[in-house]
Design a protein around this ligand. Sequence first.
Ligand code: MG
Length: 379
Amino acid sequence: MTDTLRAPYASHPERSRGRRFPEPPAPTRSDYQRDRDRIVHSSAFRRLVYKTQVFLNHEGDLFRTRLTHSLEVAQLGRSVGRSLGLDEDLIETVALAHDLGHTPFGHAGQDVLNDCMQAHGGFEHNLQSLRVVDQLEQRYPQFDGLNLSFESREGILKHCSKRDAQRLEAGEPGGVAARFIVGGQPSLEAQLCNLADEVAYNAHDVDDGVRSGLVTLAQLEQVPLVKRFLDETLAEYPRLTDKRLLAETIRRMLSQQVYDIIGATRSAIEEAGIASADEARAVGPLVRFSPEMRHASTELKRFLFANLYRHPAVQDKRAGAEEVLRDLFQIYLHDPTKLPADCANSDDHPRACADYIAGMTDRYALREHERLTGKRLLG
Ligand code: MG
């Protein structure tokens, strides 16, 4: 990215706070490009293709998975980021890595693993994403993890409890967890990924929700944000139905949200008089929707929560998913010989069990569960 396009408040790879293990610069790539490439080549990234977003991975080939979700977040983030003059490579890195720590079976998996780990420090998918890039990937002779730049790691750790922050801070004083103790924001690129995540899942869950038959376009008319673009589309194309009507409605909704974020964020940055990436970190969140769009997006989220995420057909799968992960955790916890050799000799055995389970794809977890218990669940 040439500096004529880069805004003064953007992150700059040459001003990076660097990597935990210093490395010579790459001859042809910036540090953030290199971080993005390391994510794409990681094994955790490849496994996202077989991990559930909302619909269980094997329920159909047409629904989003964690991988396609992450690609959509990257697309939206880069699109907004380019308009604002932010660093697109950093945006892409954070977007592609933001869900690396997710367990199999979506939120049901995260909840049960957290439950199993209560006596051993808990489990949180966002913290786990950082753990994947800092420790769990095994690809380099010199260090564990991917040794990403500070700004990439800062963006990946998007929320963190005080207790976890203090623990991280002890190992890395003034590091990526410091802002959860002393206050402050991550880079604008990271803030943007956070909002792009919300825009992406709202839109694709409407799409998957309707195409799966669990929610209908008629129901979605209760949601003003959807109704507005549905009406607009039908006014222009009165005979449009089904697939194309849904796609056009969502396309318009996405575009409007992108324009809204660009406008509202640009004004916020101007009003605050932000002239550097560090000044942006020192004030409240700047990447935002307008107040009207914030309200509209929250209403859509609420609709999806009540009508899709809590839909009996989605909830019914929870029990099976919980049983699979709970069984696996107990089996590995009590019999380390059931774990692969490189996980079996850890100083923190419960954590090694959680890491191993969290890294599984949905289908691997099901196969492993069947192999160890003889029970076939969710098949
Ligand atoms: Mg996400």
